[in-house]
Design a binder for this molecule. Structure first.
Ligand code: GLU
Ligand code: ZN
Length: 298
């Protein structure tokens, strides 16, 4: 059997413009896909309207183009994928792998923060209820191509996690697995902030009987206080001017060799050089790394 063609992706949520931290995830997944002669897809994860900022999705796509990060094919919008999520939820229900839960958050906090399966056999209706997965195949560890075997918190791995929210929104873990499978993604390269939910996502692949992709979790860019760069802690949007110094800074963050004479190259040629040089094994396997970039954009 021949290995499937490499398909990677970048899947931003349109909760704000791209900043240096999100550029790391975009650039790392792009370089890995291109170095593997694969496709690089972009998916806008716009299924959480309360967290969305009007216009952010379009801004993100313009920022990617400005930084020379050209994706393959059409952008997939999660807001267009409701039917696929409903079908996945219907299938789980038909397999008796889901149930409604009406427990208030305060009760779960009282028992230590992890859900205990209280409603599994209570046959609640859908009204004012979240839907949870019957966790039959907990995944206790997984192989990260950069970090080796990562062991999960056992309570997290065993939890009947939420697949459809009480407020009617589809859960991130459900949507991301349904879509990565739909798009044929073979390897997921993203930030280390998403290490935790990975075992839940793998358990969903197993429940559905789908091929599990490979995983790479890149170091997270944090500010001087050690907080992830985000809109909440005022990470500046990527500069609109010359993208090249920022790309060079991002390549240095990923511990890739300096590109000679990059000042003479277009962003596209600079990225082509970066693809030729790309060495995943040189990317630091720390969880989080400080970057002066959060406070001092060029
Ligand atoms: N949309 C998620 C985020 O922006 C990323 C999803 C993923 O890469 O799995 O944090
Ligand atoms: Zn419950």
């Amino acid at each position: 059997m021949t290995a499937p063609q490499y398909i990677g992706r970048f899947a931003p949520s349109p909760s704000g413009e791209l900043h240096f931290g999100s550029l790391i995830a975009a650039l790392g997944s792009f370089l890995q896909a291109r170095a593997c002669h694969g496709q690089w897809l972009v998916r806008i994860e716009d299924i959480d309207p309360p967290r969305e900022v009007p216009g952010a999705a379009d801004t993100i796509l313009r920022q990617l183009e400005h930084y020379g990060l050209q994706w393959d094919g059409d952008v997939l919008w999660q807001s267009q994928r409701r039917q696929a999520y409903c079908e996945a939820l219907d299938w789980l229900r038909d397999q008796h792998l889901s149930y409604y839960c009406t427990c208030p958050r305060s009760r779960i906090q009282q028992i230590g923060g992890f859900y205990d399966g209280h409603c599994r056999t209570l046959n609640h209706g859908s009204e004012n209820a979240a839907m949870r997965l019957v966790q039959q195949h907990p995944v206790l560890s997984f192989e990260d191509k950069l970090r080796g075997r990562l062991v999960a918190d056992e309570q997290l791995a065993r939890e009947d996690f939420i697949i459809h929210r009480r407020d009617g929104l589809f859960a991130y873990n459900l949507a991301v697995v349904v879509d990565d499978n739909f798009q044929g993604v073979t390897e997921i390269v993203r930030g280390a902030d998403l290490i935790e939910p990975t075992v839940r996502q793998i358990s969903l692949y197993q429940q559905f009987g789908w091929r599990v992709p490979q995983y790479v979790h890149l170091p997270l860019a944090v500010n001087e206080q050690g907080n992830k760069l985000s809109k909440q802690n005022h990470a500046p949007a990527l500069p609109q001017g010359d993208p090249r110094p920022v790309l060079i800074h991002a390549l240095a963050f990923l511990n890739q060799p300096l590109i000679a004479h990059w000042q003479d190259l277009s962003p596209e040629s600079l990225l082509n050089e970066a693809v030729k040089n790309w060495a995943l094994s040189d990317v630091p396997d720390t969880a989080a790394m400080n970057t002066s970039f959060s406070n001092a954009p060029h």
